[in-house]
Design a protein around this ligand. Structure first.
Ligand SMILES: Nc1nc2c(ncn2[C@@H]2O[C@H](COP(=O)(O)OP(=O)(O)OP(=O)(O)O)[C@@H](O)[C@H]2O)c(=O)[nH]1
Ligand SMILES: [Mg+2]
Length: 207
């Protein structure tokens, strides 16, 4: 039997375009509860794969849930989604787990990625230091996106200073719940990757 007719949800999950020729792995990383799963869900054109588990009493004293009070579930492996940015370019999105006890998975998730979005809750900037540290260690290009949970007094430049980022790293704002806003974040990352790939290397510049 034709699977398209037997699956009523199929129309809502468009197949990959026949013109798609470039597939790029992108990771969304950041501390606990900053909105990584929300972003992958908001922007994915296919039904996203999530590994969400309910947080139970067993996690009390193990997991630091400060700053994300109303949250009842957490990612225990990764989220996966897909978005076609244009006729040819397809991004495969991986949302990292945010609990500290899963941070050891990040290095494996970064494997083969072309670029990373570090999602930040401006009220818990310190939760982002480890992500920035690992990315700088691996030399993986990244941008920082501040998730607009509620109005904050700090500017994006102050966030850049707090994370000790060079001017070359884009810092943008977004609402992870909003598809268009999340898509703009991914476009900023792709622009950054293009800029890096077309910039003359330090060696060429010196010669
Ligand atoms: N007000 C507001 N709430 C948001 C925003 N983004 C996400 N949330 C909420 O914040 C909570 C955390 O979102 P998640 O997407 O689960 O966060 P996460 O980073 O995947 O969390 P872990 O996987 O547990 O690290 C959810 O209840 C979201 O609905 C936002 O921009 N504004
Ligand atoms: Mg999550």
């Amino acid at each position: 039997m034709d699977s398209a007719t037997s699956d009523p949800g199929a129309a809502a999950r468009p197949p990959l375009r026949s013109t798609a020729s470039d597939g790029v792995k992108i990771v969304v990383v950041g501390g606990f509860g900053v909105g990584k799963t929300t972003m992958v869900r908001a922007v994915s054109e296919i039904r996203p794969l999530s590994t969400e588990e309910v947080m139970t009493q067993a996690g009390v004293g193990v997991d630091d849930t400060a700053g994300a009070g109303g949250k009842t579930t957490t990612t225990i492996a990764f989220d996966f989604g897909r978005i076609s940015l244009d006729e040819e370019l397809v991004l495969y999105l991986f949302g990292a787990p945010g609990q500290k006890r899963f941070w050891f998975l990040w290095d494996q998730l970064f494997s083969g990625t072309l670029g990373v979005v570090v999602l930040v809750d401006a009220h818990r900037v310190e939760d982002s230091w480890y992500a920035v540290d690992r990315l700088e260690h691996h030399g993986i290009p990244f941008i920082v996106a501040r998730n607009r949970f509620e109005p904050v007094a700090h500017t994006l430049e102050e966030l850049r200073e707090a994370l000790d980022l060079p001017d070359s790293v884009p810092v943008v704002e977004c609402d992870a719940r909003d598809r268009e806003s999340s898509k703009q974040v991914l476009l900023s990352l792709v622009d950054h990757l293009y800029a890096l790939s077309s910039a003359p290397s330090a060696r060429e510049t010196a010669s």
